[in-house]
Design a protein around this ligand. Structure first.
Ligand SMILES: *Cc1c(COP(=O)(O)O)cnc(C)c1O
Length: 227
């Protein structure tokens, strides 16, 4: 199958999951995760209508940006080191992977220098996996409230990377837990926080994630093939 056919297939599955959950398909945005893939493959996805691309490494992201049309929205989805923040400010539509107050503080500092505000998500390690970055759920509200005080950072929601499992159903409780927390945080109407994005679900489990309330899904393999 071509990239165009893969994208078409994913979009159909997204619509099916939305229908199943009684949701409007317009509520869910597909991020094409293009990490490790050459620019000609991104261009093929662009030709097929993709405008949201996800990368996990700063250097790769910065290399690809000038080679793609200007109307692409770039999502940084991988762990970000504080010393790499400077390079990405002003380049991203959304940073999904803010996993410490210190990192948010660095984003604040660099955004202030450049006179702009940066949209971010807080990454939550819902399943408490040792191998993963992210706040534990019980620490997230406190971090959110601290970061909400940074004038050049805007928290737009939450992100999680669910465990790697054979059966996507196993991740349903993970997604449900984060959705419940997301709704709870939304209801608190914290100043300078716009809880509008719930980024969860990848190739193996995006259908379950949509059923459980995801507003952004991050699909790599399902579009571009194995890495
Ligand atoms: C690589 C990656 C994805 C995409 O994973 P696939 O299984 O290839 O769809 C999604 N989110 C993050 C954070 C990733 O690093």
């Amino acid at each position: 199958m071509t990239i165009r056919e893969h994208l078409q297939e994913i979009r159909i599955q997204m619509e099916e999951s939305c229908r199943k959950a009684g949701r409007d398909p317009k509520e869910v945005t597909l991020i094409a995760v293009s990490k490790t893939k050459p620019v000609d493959m991104l261009q093929e996805a662009y030709q097929a209508g993709a405008r949201q691309f996800g990368e996990n490494k700063v250097q790769e992201l910065l290399g690809k940006i000038p080679q793609m049309p200007q109307d692409v929205d770039w999502h940084l989805i991988g762990h970000l080191q504080t010393n790499k923040v400077k390079g990405v400010i002003g380049k991203t539509s959304l940073i999904h992977s803010v996993d410490s107050v210190k990192l948010a503080g660095e984003i604040e500092k660099e955004s202030a220098k450049q006179g702009l505000a940066t949209d971010i998500l807080l990454e939550v390690n819902v399943a408490r996996e040792e191998s993963k970055f992210g706040f534990f759920l019980e620490d997230t509200e406190k971090a959110l409230r601290t970061i909400s005080l940074f004038p050049h950072v805007r928290v737009c929601g939450l992100m999680t990377i669910a465990p790697f499992v054979a059966d996507a159903e196993e991740n349903r409780p993970v997604f449900r837990k984060l959705y419940e927390f997301y709704v709870d945080m939304k209801s608190k109407n914290i100043d300078n926080v716009n809880m509008a994005v719930l980024s969860m679900g990848m190739t193996g489990d995006f259908r379950v994630a949509i059923e459980e309330g995801a507003t952004m899904i991050r699909v790599g393999t399902g579009i571009f093939g194995l890495r």
